[in-house]
Design a protein around this ligand. Structure first.
Ligand code: MG
Length: 159
């Protein structure tokens, strides 16, 4: 049995009048992410964790933000593409853990929806998908609501 671990991190700026997608779920909030894609920081961090585990570069190298094909792209599609790359190489995803850092809104009510959505795209059980949320105690860009960040860690297995 071979084992690989990967980590991912992503940040987006927040602005009024933009949409806030997290883990493929639209979160009602007065601010959203500024991005070339739909700005889903959580999915982007998970993509980078999966790509990182296989040393396949990062999300920017696979889906360049200079490419108009990815303008406002649904990040769920990007994650599906990355999952395909993982499977093509004979790996399976053991589990995903993640943390979103945002001062607002309170994310607890959306966590189970996000986990279910991610589990569906990752094609693994929902109990292998962890999504946590934290504030940064009003410190830093997340705490000042200037931006939002996400960290993800994955474990891949190959028989
Ligand atoms: Mg991003």
């Amino acid at each position: 049995m071979q084992i690989r671990t990967g980590l991912g991190f992503d940040v987006h700026r927040l602005a009024e009048g933009e949409t806030l997608w997290l883990g493929g779920v639209l979160i009602p909030h007065y601010k959203g992410t500024v991005a070339h894609s739909d700005g889903d920081v959580l999915i982007h961090a998970i993509c980078d964790a999966l790509l990182g585990a296989l040393a396949l570069g990062d999300i920017g190298s696979h889906f360049p933000d200079t490419d108009m094909a990815y303008k406002d792209v649904d990040s769920k599609i990007l994650l599906s593409e990355v999952v395909k790359l993982v499977k093509e190489r004979g790996w399976s995803i053991s589990n995903v853990d993640s943390t979103i850092s945002a001062q607002k809104p309170k994310l607890r009510p959306y966590i189970d929806d996000i986990r279910a959505k991610l589990a569906d795209i990752l094609e693994i059980d929902v109990d292998a998908v962890s999504v946590k949320a934290t504030t940064t105690e009003k410190l830093g860009f997340e705490g000042e609501e200037i931006g939002i960040s996400a960290l993800a860690s994955v474990l891949l297995l190959k028989a």
